[in-house]
Structures are given as C-alpha cells and as structure tokens.
Design a protein around this ligand. Structure first.
Ligand code: URA
Length: 221
C-alpha cells in the first residue's frame, strides 16, 4: 500500500496519532524532509483549519503555520473573531516538499500532487474523525480538493457555508453529491494565506480572507 493507512493506529487519541505520524513512511516525502508536521490544537476544537503542505519553517519547527503565512493567518483569524487557540490547525499533506535550485541551500516549497494528497488523506481523516469539528475551513484550492474532491473551485465556492460530505466520502468524486444528501457539519473555503502574501492586490485578498473567515466565525457563534 502506498499510503499512510498502515501507519494510522485504531482508537488513538490525538497524542497517539501524532506519535504514529512521526514515523509515517506512507509516501516518499518523509525521505528529504526534517519531520512530520502534524496538526496542532485540542481535540475539543469546534473548527479545523486545513492548509496545503508545510513550508520551510514548519518543517524545521515541526508545527503548522508558524512561518510568514502563519503570521498572516493569525492576524486574519483574530480580525475575524476566531481565536487560534480554539482552532485545530493542520495540512492536507504532512511532510514538506521542496526543490533546491542549482543545488543551493534555499529550499523552495512545492505543492503536493494528487498521489501525495491521496497518500496522506488517512491522517487528515483520522484527525477529523477524532475532532468532529462543526466547521472545517479549507485554506486554498488544495485543501478544498482534499475535502470536496477534484471538481472543487475556490473562486466559485469560497466564502459560503458548504455542506460537509460524510468523512468516508471526503476528497472523492462522490464528495459533492454525498454532501447534498447527508451533511456532517460545514466547510468554508477561502484563499490560501500564502496566495495573499504573493498576490498583486494583497489588501483586497486579505480583506477577502477575513470576510470568508467571518462566515466561519458566524456559524460558530
Ligand atoms: N502553508 C501551508 O499550507 N501550511 C503550512 O503549514 C504553512 C504554509
């Protein structure tokens, strides 16, 4: 099996999941990265924020969203009225992926491909099954696809309360259909904080991120 499933323990709490994930070899990304970057937060969290993949700083420090994108996310969450301590923060893929141009020291982050997302999905599922959040926030298109399947489009689906498919259907082709039939909580999608940092019109993109997070905040109120 070329995925994380054999590494995910049954009936584990978050601490046990995190320990097991540290030894995951379910895809090749563990080979070149420093460590598994598992989710951070309490199992009682009402909201789970899902990013894409850890970056350079996350890889070094072993925690999600602790670099530049994380600082922007913290600020946006605060403005939207979501305390980061009330949120569980994780990524669709849990090992850093990068290239080193000209074999230098700089590690340039790369997005995960579909196979890497599929391989890592058992960890995300295990986190969501345990936490059972009321709201999942998908940060960017990759997280959206990991949750709602490959037909997800962030430009069309952002900023709305979307029915969350049953966790069994998450990320599959049946996700959207299944969500219509039996919603389990809601998903709010928005842009990725890194896209705000890179964007041409950062102020407008940041305002859009905060607006979308407010949709999640209102649903929690
Ligand atoms: N970008 C992500 O998608 N996740 C992180 O943890 C950091 C940056």
């Amino acid at each position: 099996s070329h995925d994380a499933a054999p590494y995910v323990p049954d009936r584990a709490d978050l601490a046990a999941l995190r320990r097991a994930a540290a030894g995951c070899r379910g895809c090749p990304l563990y080979e070149d990265s420093t460590q598994t970057v598992f989710g951070a937060g309490e199992s009682s969290s009402r909201v789970v924020l899902v990013g894409e993949i850890p970056g350079d700083q996350e890889d070094r420090r072993g925690a999600p969203f602790v670099g530049p994108a994380g600082r922007l996310l913290d600020r946006a969450l605060e403005e939207a009225g979501i305390a980061r301590d009330d949120a569980y923060v994780t990524n669709a893929v849990k090992h850093f992926k990068f290239t080193t141009p000209e074999g230098g020291k700089r590690r340039i982050h790369r997005s995960p491909n579909a196979a890497e997302m599929a391989a890592c999905r058992p960890w995300l599922l295990a986190e969501l099954r345990l936490i059972e959040p009321e709201i999942i926030v998908a940060l960017g298109a990759t997280a959206g696809k990991a949750l709602l399947g490959s037909s997800f489009r962030v430009t069309q689906q952002r900023g709305r309360l979307l029915p969350c498919p049953p966790l069994d259907a998450l990320g599959t082709r049946r996700a959207a259909e299944a969500a219509e039939a039996v919603a389990e909580g809601h998903i709010v999608a928005t842009v990725h904080p890194s896209a705000v940092l890179r964007g041409d019109d950062r102020d407008a993109m940041y305002a859009g991120l905060v607006d979308d997070l407010r949709v999640a905040a209102r649903a929690l109120a």
